[in-house]
Design a protein around this ligand. Structure first.
Ligand SMILES: N[C@@H](CCC(=O)N[C@@H](CS)C(=O)NCC(=O)O)C(=O)O
Length: 214
């Protein structure tokens, strides 16, 4: 049995669920309450010594880091979402890593400082916010450009790189990051957000936040 430990507002957790859904895997989703500090409990630290989500437990095989998780799940299913062919796989890895290091980190910073800092009652880091916004201006065109000529980020076929980008951009509206000028990205996103793997997880990131904020 596969268990995904995650949090509804955690883009990396949603990413693991998107991929598991797309692969048609049967899994149990266990919510870890980050606000209550459940991720620092002894039980969770046994799964992830760093106290983070997501983590999976696949019949006793425990794995953390969302990109390692999606690579593992897709490879286990021998899915074209993570191609076998060396160079195709390298291109998928390239885009997956690029998005995590540059786009997800930048948007995460903006989200933290525009939204969660207030919820968590921590000081807004104005410098991190402005660096996050500049990085988005620099790197969003890098992922928008290729989508003009090809349907998916790493080529003509859907891959884990798309799931990573989709999850990373999920909080854009909540973080007041306007993606409407990125026409290719917007078209690509609308397509993927309408698919079952996404709607099985949630309607939108903003809906989840609104529900949790009551
Ligand atoms: N690089 C990690 C990031 C994991 C991560 O930072 N998760 C956040 C939620 S989005 C978390 O667990 N935060 C709780 C904490 O840091 O205490 C991944 O992709 O899995």
């Amino acid at each position: 049995m596969l268990t995904i430990y995650g949090a509804d507002l955690s883009p990396p957790s949603c990413k693991a669920r998107f991929v598991a859904n797309a692969l048609g895997l049967d899994y149990e989703y266990r919510r870890i309450d980050l606000l209550a500090g459940e991720n620092r409990s002894e039980a969770h630290l046994r799964l992830h010594p760093g106290g983070k989500v997501p983590v999976i437990d696949d019949d006793g095989f425990v794995l953390f880091e969302s990109n390692a998780i999606i690579r593992y799940l897709a490879a286990k299913c021998e899915s074209p979402l993570y191609p076998n062919q060396l160079k195709q796989r390298a291109i998928v890895d390239q885009w997956t890593d690029f998005v995590s290091h540059h786009v997800a980190t930048a948007l995460g910073s903006v989200l933290m400082n525009r939204v969660f800092a207030h919820f968590l009652n921590v000081e807004v880091d104005k410098r991190a916010l402005s660096e996050g916004l500049s990085s988005l201006e620099r790197f969003l065109p890098v992922v928008d450009g290729p989508l003009e000529e090809r349907r998916y980020l790493a080529g003509g076929e859907l891959s884990i790189a798309d799931f990573n980008l989709l999850a990373s951009l999920d909080p854009a509206e909540v973080a007041q990051v306007d993606l409407s000028g990125y026409l290719n990205l917007t078209r690509w996103r609308q397509d993927l957000m309408g698919r079952d793997f996404y709607t099985k997880c949630h309607k939108s990131y903003g809906d989840v936040l609104a529900a949790l904020a009551g």
